[in-house]
Design a protein. Sequence first.
Lengths: 458, 458
Amino acid sequence: MNSVEHLFEPQKVILIGSSKIREKVGMTSPQLFESVVCNMKKCFKGKIIVVDLSKKTLSNFEEEKPELGVIMLPPEMSIQQAEKCATAGVKALVLITGGFKNHQRQRLRQMTEDHGIRILGPNTIMGVINTANGLNTTFEKDTMPTKGDIAVISQSGGVGAYLLDWTCSCNIGISKFAFMGDKIDVNDVDLLEYLSKDPRTRVICLYMEGIENGRKFIETARKVVRKKPVLAVKGGVTREAANRALSHTASIAGTDEVFDAGLKKAGVIRTEDLEELLNSAVALSKQPTLKGDDIAIVSNVGGPAILAADAVAKNGLRLATLSEATKRRIETRYPGIDASNPIDIIADARAERYTMVLRHVLEDPNVDGVMVINMLKSTFFEPEDALTIVKAAKEYPKKPIVDVPAGGEDFNLVYKVLEKSNIPLYNLPEKAAKALKALRLYAKIVEKWDKKSEPRAP
Amino acid sequence: MNSVEHLFEPQKVILIGSSKIREKVGMTSPQLFESVVCNMKKCFKGKIIVVDLSKKTLSNFEEEKPELGVIMLPPEMSIQQAEKCATAGVKALVLITGGFKNHQRQRLRQMTEDHGIRILGPNTIMGVINTANGLNTTFEKDTMPTKGDIAVISQSGGVGAYLLDWTCSCNIGISKFAFMGDKIDVNDVDLLEYLSKDPRTRVICLYMEGIENGRKFIETARKVVRKKPVLAVKGGVTREAANRALSHTASIAGTDEVFDAGLKKAGVIRTEDLEELLNSAVALSKQPTLKGDDIAIVSNVGGPAILAADAVAKNGLRLATLSEATKRRIETRYPGIDASNPIDIIADARAERYTMVLRHVLEDPNVDGVMVINMLKSTFFEPEDALTIVKAAKEYPKKPIVDVPAGGEDFNLVYKVLEKSNIPLYNLPEKAAKALKALRLYAKIVEKWDKKSEPRAP
């Protein structure tokens, strides 16, 4: 079998579609074909061969030696073209369109066995993205995420697209996107193995509906998570939704308990929804892990700090008990402030007060990590004041810091100042607490593996 | 005692502060005073009297007869000025600043007893907003929410400000805002009573840290919820946070179980966080209640529909079993679509297909409410196609519809098209499911009250 790296790192790509064929209900259409070609021309740094089947047949391209083929046609035609590619020595295929029947999937499977060609899909809808070489087989114009170190593997095109849209609009840095669809060949295990070796990927996000070979998945994930965190959302956890997953991507969902136990065994961090998935991934890609349970909260408003304290406790963490020395230092410098955790440094706090309090708190051995809250409305805080949090994180690189510039407009104002920094930002204390929980879970996973003294991969 | 309506509906307001005094740590400052004056001049439709104590003393204003005084000074000075106002016949006061000690709070309490004056605060930070008459005692420039029918009562200035910022940036329609602070006089009960009679308020949101008189609160809320829904978030549910709430707004939080039981008894819908609070309020202000548990999901993407199905079940609702007639109608018209719920109407669906499928689904007696999902990325859907959902809601006004234009940028594109419509929009299926849950809970509350055959208020 060929390596799945051809899916992400080809030098030459052949795009096969039609400027005329349109399915009555389905994805094949001239627009889709045109958009993928347009995206690839705009973004891809390698060579592109375009084959419009309504103008010419696919022939004599062997000498061009494309490693990757992208096929955007109805099922039966997709299979014919896939066969031609396989025979001509193409290493990997992305099958965009869906609607394949079981026997058609079987024919594709046979093709991978006969030729060693790797197939992603069918029904990937969006295919693959590699921000490093500009490979982008999606049909969304101007949708290229920022370069970064989070990889996303999604079984569903829709869920992948959701994550893609979210990452694009928040400028969340992405290394690779892979939309798996029906997974007749390339699956989570192949992609995990590939991404674990990818130097550009630091965190892996998974959306999964089912697992074909649970044992193999757990075995692989256990190795991967020692090198980088893997986060997952599972779709089809309720019986009704599970039935639907079967017809959606031909997945057998299995019971949720079995699945959950499997993920735990694998060291994969499960999140409740897609927002928590990305929020946690951002924290893990930007901040050190959380080595203990004790969190300090530093806030310029009282109420949100109380909600933050609740959220910390609800997520299995603790409010740190600050040392007397820390409290004394803060209270001496700022009379009127009660330095009990959560610390309300009062609505007139600006960068200077945040700087001093953060320093004292981060130096306190009783504190493992910090949640900062900086509201703008009802306070004197200005967006640029938030830069002091970046400095604090640099001075104390072993303790994670997350920031909550709570609200709507005001969140965006602070986000603009800090989005390129290493400070993860959340618009609600509850979301920040869940991100801290992910940082804590990953610390525990790494610790457990180390204790078992299996030799850690380099 | 005077009525609390003077807090919201004064003809004349006196603003008392100083252009010189600044607390070392605290809110009193020339900027705050200046900003409140500026906001009031810009927004308020009544008359304003400004008293800058660094230029003149407060005297001879009795004949002006202001009903409301807003005081922005350090504690001791605030009390002095409040006393003058009370003596001069001012009906109600908003005390913006905090830092009051117990004995100072006691003096204010005495004042309300001696003069019948109503006091909101101290420590309200932001005071009150009434979108109907432009009353806005916050010091945030250009922060006037859109007119609408959601009222917000917050014990905490910070939490209130969070909600204010959120509602402003999402154009969520607001009737009144009240920031209660230390609640030495005007409290949740007074405000609930007032808002229940306010014709401009249809839904009431509460952020509370503690309740002084639980029995009275429950009694009042029970009456109010028969006329309009009341939603609440409670801060200080964990022991640590509860301790903090005590020093924050002098609240005794009580155990969470007691509180929860109290809210249930009162018919108040409790939400987990501030985002769910606003999301639920928007649903209740825009859509009919959900008369049964059975939800249909209509989506142009498969994966998010599966997550939606999970979320529906997790929130105590059910996936509706569509009638055979409904399924046949859809599948006959659109070959290739499997009309089992959740219905994946495939990524090439545009307005026409949504219109037809929504009509069939809403006509099905097995369906009580609908969650629509319309992704843009990975589909052919255009933002304007979403207008068909508004039409469907008008045709079938008895069944609630919520919409999930999932994602980041794409959510915003659809939001722009539908924000003024009566369709509540959520960027994640899980959030939409929680909103449906709130619609179901309120239907049950109303039903229960009706069954008890207590005469319903007109």
